[in-house]
Ligand binder design. Structure first.
Ligand code: MG
Length: 367
C-alpha cells in the first residue's frame, strides 16, 4: 500500500461567547482545527487531528509513496522532522486509522485491546468563581461523570483553592477531584515566572486536605526534585508530562520517578506508538499512565484508542466545561463524543479510529 496524497484542511469555528482557558491569557473567539486526510492507492482513507500541522507542507514529500502500514518507519520519519519542524502526530493518527481499517479492527485492539471503554473525567478549562465551579461539578456528577479536574491559575491561587473546596462540598466524597496548575509548559508569549516551590507546597497541602486525587504540573519540568519534595511532604500524587517533546524526555522523567501519573498526549507530545512504551514503562514501576487530551474529538479518539488498548487509568481526560466548552464545540467537524450513563467513554467498534466526519461542517468551517 502507498500513500498517494495528504490533505490538510484548516477549520475555524467562531465561538460566541468566547472561551477563556485558565492557561491562556487571551480568550479564544475562534476554535481552529486541522483535519489531516491521508489517501492511499487502495482507496482507504485515514483521518487524524489534534495539532495545527503548521509547516507540514515542507515535509509532505517524505511520506508520499511510502507504505502507511510500516508504522515504525513512519513514526521515525515524523520524529526526524521534530528537530527543525513541528510535531506532526495527527499524521500518525491518520495512519493508524488506515491500519485499523486494513486489519478490520478498532485501533485500541492493535494497542493491546485491554478495554473497550474507560471512565472519563470532566476536564474543566475556565476559571470560575467557587459557587459556579461547585455548580458545574455537581452538574458533571449528575451527567454520570465520576471525576472532574479543576484548573487553578498561578496568579489566583486563593480563589482556585476556594473553588476546589466549594466543589468538594458540593459533590461529597464519592467523586474524585484533580487539580491542574499548568506550570510545565507555556502558551506562546507567556513569560511570567512560575510559582516558587514554597507556594506550591502550601497549595498542595491544602489540596491534600480536600482529598484531591492528583496535582498536575505543579512546577516547571526541570524541577523534578521539587515535584518529589511536594509528593514526599504532602502525600499528594503528582501528574505531568502532557506536552513533552520526545520519548527520551519522558523516559528520563519516569527513570527519575518524577511523577505518579504520566500524561503524554498522543496527538501533541510523543505520538501513539511511543505512548505505548511510556505506558508500559510507567506500569512496570507501579506508576500510572493516562494521556492528556485537549484538542478536538479526533485528538480525543486517538488518545482513547491508545488508553483503552494499554489499560490506562484511572480516568481518561474528557475536555468538558459547559457552556464555554461543550462536546459540540470541541468536536465541531464530527459526530460529538459523549460519555454513557455510567460515566464511561466507549471505544467505537468500527475498524480504525471510528471517527464520523461531518463533511457539511468541514465545508462550512474550512478557511
Ligand atoms: Mg494539564
Amino acid at each position: 500500500m502507498k500513500i498517494t496524497a495528504i490533505t490538510l484542511t484548516r477549520l475555524l469555528q467562531p465561538l460566541d461567547p468566547p472561551f477563556a482557558a485558565a492557561w491562556d491569557p487571551n480568550p479564544r473567539t475562534e476554535f481552529a482545527a486541522t483535519l489531516v486526510t491521508v489517501h492511499t492507492d487502495e482507496g482507504i482513507t485515514g483521518y487524524g487531528s489534534g495539532d495545527t500541522m503548521d509547516g507540514f507542507e515542507a515535509f509532505e514529500h517524505l511520506f508520499i509513496g511510502t507504505d502507511p502500514l510500516q508504522i515504525l518507519n513512519q513514526v521515525r520519519r515524523i520524529e526526524t522532522i521534530n528537530f527543525h519542524g513541528g510535531r506532526y502526530w495527527p499524521l500518525e493518527a491518520a495512519l493508524w486509522d488506515i491500519i485499523g481499517q486494513v486489519a478490520g479492527l478498532p485501533v485500541s485492539v492493535l494497542f493491546g485491546g485491554a478495554r473497550d471503554r474507560l471512565p472519563a473525567y470532566a476536564s474543566s478549562g475556565e476559571l470560575k468563581a467557587p459557587e459556579a465551579r461547585a455548580e458545574s461539578a455537581l452538574a458533571a456528577k449528575e451527567l454520570g461523570f465520576r471525576a472532574m479536574k479543576i484548573r487553578i491559575a498561578r496568579h489566583r491561587l486563593a480563589e482556585g483553592v476556594a473553588a476546589v473546596r466549594a466543589a468538594r462540598e458540593a459533590v461529597g466524597e464519592d467523586f474524585e477531584l484533580m487539580v491542574d496548575l499548568n506550570q510545565m509548559w507555556r502558551m506562546s508569549g507567556d513569560i511570567e515566572a512560575a510559582l516558587p516551590l514554597a507556594k506550591v507546597q502550601r497549595v498542595a497541602a491544602e489540596l491534600t486536605e480536600l482529598g484531591v486525587l492528583w496535582l498536575e504540573e505543579p512546577l516547571p519540568q526541570v524541577d523534578v526534585v521539587g515535584a518529589q519534595r511536594v509528593r514526599a511532604e504532602t502525600g499528594i500524587q503528582i501528574a505531568g508530562g502532557e506536552m513533552v517533546r520526545s520519548l527520551p524526555e519522558i523516559m528520563a522523567l519516569i527513570e527519575a520517578d518524577a511523577f505518579d501519573v504520566y500524561q503524554p498526549d498522543v496527538a501533541l507530545a510523543v505520538g501513539m506508538y511511543r505512548a505505548r512504551q511510556v505506558a508500559e514503562s510507567a506500569n512496570l514501576r507501579h506508576r500510572l499512565f493516562t494521556p492528556h487530551t485537549w484538542s478536538n474529538g479526533l485528538g480525543l479518539l486517538a488518545n482513547l484508542h491508545v488508553a483503552a488498548g494499554v489499560d490506562a487509568g484511572p480516568y481518561l481526560e474528557f475536555p468538558f466545561d459547559p457552556p464555554g466548552w461543550t462536546a459540540e464545540r470541541r468536536d465541531f467537524f464530527m459526530t460529538p463524543l459523549m460519555i454513557d450513563a455510567a460515566g464511561d467513554l466507549v471505544v467505537p467498534d468500527a475498524p480504525g479510529l471510528g471517527v464520523e466526519i461531518d463533511h457539511d461542517a468541514v465545508a462550512r468551517y474550512t478557511v
